[in-house]
Design a protein around this ligand. Structure first.
Ligand code: SF4
Length: 539
């Protein structure tokens, strides 16, 4: 029995390029863990990371056809309209190799197992939730190493006689220390992206945010589960020894466990990390409520450099609606502490959601300015246009659907489309979406201009280094030719950053007066684009 695990190419388009929510960061080690468990169970396993290798769909197809395997496990991600391209490729593989077992796993298949099995009957099975133990059981049954029909494997969904059926669920893995360390890409492959070594210190979250499907993936009632600090440092040492790369990033959705026990575990981990005999640097992701000065000071001494902070909003009413379980005051305090410790901060932020009001947008603007978080136009643009993406599996999807506020759209109806209840807020969101995208085209996503304090960025994708990015039809050049290009570019960035803040403020005023509404969006977009053009030409 030869098992091949595939990470397909991560296809994007201009719309989805700036969206970051099709899978949580922890998904990046899903295949590595599954592969390690299969290996430990005595199976012959290989990983094809087409995304990391930079293969397109055609090259992936060619490589798959050239490989010999019995079970193909595919970590399928939701790629909006482009998901179909991956499914078409898999159909071709199954046609050419009809005897293989084709399995899908990951967050997207966990929530979309039914339409996937119904619409693509060539798929043999789908893993629901954590793939490690289910895939291993499936492979051993297929290989005849264990008794039982593969169709009955717990944690699997299959096509039964009457259509797709779900087998008995499998409990989330309780003892993470018992798992083997995940398989990792070769150092040469990892070097292609200048990657951190991703490490998973915990799974799940004690939060219950309505826009997040992390806990739904692990199964109802699951809790935050952490590896022991000792187990984590053994893996870190091993990885450093193999790769020589001292840069690590905790892919945990929430680095901290709940309460005092979570705090003590973090302090113990910091103590052990400090003892490494190489120049370790690392990053992590957390909630504002877990930012404690003593703990973070310890982590900084151990090599912490980057923190992704799930701030989400500067308006308490929005935080409450998200059931974030945090306050604006906690957000402010967390940012202040992280700044004081000299950390690079990235923010998770949702400026627009189905319940957004004009007052909340204003509160967000005030919050971002007060906390000096709008330090370059790329960051500002990302923070201003982020609109909640509602995917199946999140509590928000079901709540909004039940209220008749959501239209399931797109591939396997996985995304929910909505209009903000307050049409004036919807109009502001639409204008900012178009205007911010033009600014991002011009800046290429670069963070060139920094206002004050340590750099802050937003969670959107950052464009290629060196992209000229002045945007279609826009060229700098109206300004003084004797000014060096980089100074001129810095001036464009500075003015764009100020423009975005002023423009949003003016939009809110116009919406309040009734001038900006769903019927006048196009005119405001055109006016915004015109002002941007003038900034670029006159700088
Ligand atoms: S804090 Fe909320 S958004 Fe973050 S991982 Fe937990 S549930 Fe998800």
């Amino acid at each position: 029995m030869r098992v091949l695990l595939l990470n397909p190419p991560l296809l994007t388009d201009p719309y989805t390029d700036d969206l970051v929510v099709n899978a949580p960061l922890s998904a990046c080690v899903l295949t590595g863990y599954a592969g390690a468990c299969l290996k430990q169970a005595g199976l012959d396993v290989a990983v094809m990371d087409a995304d990391l290798a930079g293969l397109d769909v055609e090259a992936t197809r060619e490589q798959l056809l050239a490989e010999d395997f019995d079970l193909l496990g595919v970590h399928l991600k939701f790629l909006w309209g482009r998901t179909a391209e991956i499914m078409t490729m898999l159909q071709e593989i199954k046609r050419e190799k009809p005897r293989i077992h084709l399995n899908l796993y990951g967050h997207y298949p966990t929530f979309a197992w039914e339409p996937l099995l119904r619409q693509f009957p060539f798929v043999d099975s789908v893993v629901l939730g954590e793939p490690e133990l289910t895939l291993t059981d499936l492979a051993r049954r297929l290989a005849g190493l264990d008794e039982g029909f593969w169709q009955d494997t717990a944690g699997l969904a299959v096509n039964g006689e009457g259509g797709p059926v779900q087998n008995s669920p499998r409990c989330a893995i309780a003892d993470l220390d018992a798992l083997p360390f995940p398989l990792r890409p070769s150092p040469e492959l990892a070097a292609r992206r200048n990657m951190h070594n991703y490490i998973l210190g915990s799974r799940g979250c004690f939060g219950r945010c309505t826009f997040c499907y992390l806990n739904s993936f692990y199964g109802p009632g699951t809790v935050w589960r952490g590896r022991s600090p000792e187990n984590i440092v053994v893996e870190i040492d091993e990885v450093y020894k193999t790769t020589g790369n001292p840069s690590f990033y905790f892919a945990d959705a929430n680095f901290f466990g709940p309460g005092e026990r979570g705090r003590q575990r973090a302090l113990e981990l910091a103590r052990l990390l400090k003892q490494r005999d190489f120049p370790l640097v690392f990053g992590l992701e957390c909630r504002s409520s877990d930012v404690d000065e003593e703990v973070f000071a310890g982590l900084v001494e151990a090599g912490l450099r980057d923190v992704f902070l799930g701030v989400e909003s500067g308006a308490q009413s929005a935080l409450d609606r998200f059931q974030k379980g945090t306050t604006v005051a906690q957000n402010e305090r967390a940012i202040t502490i992280l700044r004081r410790l000299g950390l690079n901060i990235s923010l998770g932020f949702i400026n627009f959601d189905p319940g957004t009001t004009l007052e909340e947008i204003r509160e967000n603007l005030d919050f971002l300015q007060r906390m000096e978080l709008l330090d370059c136009p790329s960051t500002t643009a990302h923070l201003f246009f982020h609109r909640q993406v509602v995917l199946r599996g999140t509590p928000a999807y079901n709540q909004l659907l039940a209220r008749g506020q959501l239209r399931p759209v797109g591939f396997t109806a996985h995304e929910g489309e909505y209009t903000i209840v307050d049409p004036r807020a919807e109009a502001v969101a639409r204008v900012m979406g178009r205007v911010c995208r033009l600014v991002l085209e011009i800046t290429g996503g670069e963070d060139l201009y920094t206002a004050r304090g340590p750099k802050v960025s937003c969670c959107g994708r950052v464009g290629d280094e060196g992209r000229s990015g002045l945007g279609e039809g826009l060229t700098a050049g109206g300004g003084n030719r004797s000014i060096p290009a980089h100074v001129q570019r810095q001036e464009i960035f500075r003015r764009l950053n100020l423009f975005l803040q002023d423009f949003l403020s003016r939009l809110l005023d116009a919406a309040g007066r009734g001038e900006l509404n769903l019927g006048t969006v196009a005119g405001f977009v055109a006016a915004g684009h015109k002002e941007i053009g003038e900034i670029v030409r006159n700088s």
